[in-house]
Design a protein around this ligand. Sequence first.
Ligand SMILES: [Mg+2]
Length: 160
Amino acid sequence: MGERPSLVVFDLDYTLWPFWVDTHVDPPFQKSSDGSVRDRNGQSVKLYPEVPAVLERLHQEGIPIAAASRTSEVRGATQLLDLFGLTHFFRYTEIYPGSKVTHFQRLSQQSRIPLSQMLFFDDEARNIHDVSKLGVTCILVPNGTNLALLNHGLEAFARS
Ligand SMILES: [Mg+2]
């Protein structure tokens, strides 16, 4: 097995969950008695199915995880990470509007991990374009994060 990343970073909307938290759903969210997470209108919201397994695998391998999102719905996104039981996986969270270049510069400052040691998953080509220029290994997410895509990303990083 080749070199592993020192930090794996995930976008949120259409990377960990199949919606835009600032427009498609209506925060605040809450957990209902059946365990489902629902928005203010009672609409059920879910992760892509393999997301917990992906985060668990990285966690077990001792690879730190971060979130980087440009959403303006900072509270809603943070609340979802909590209600989905994912908060403990994320060592760093950078959630605010603007260019993702800023998110990655701050991640590198906080973690003291060079950008070239990071692996990033995002569904938007423009983010992949911007962040690739920083030297981060970037993987476009076409249909949500899953275990096959994680393996693909780890292999791409090892080759980089
Ligand atoms: Mg996205």
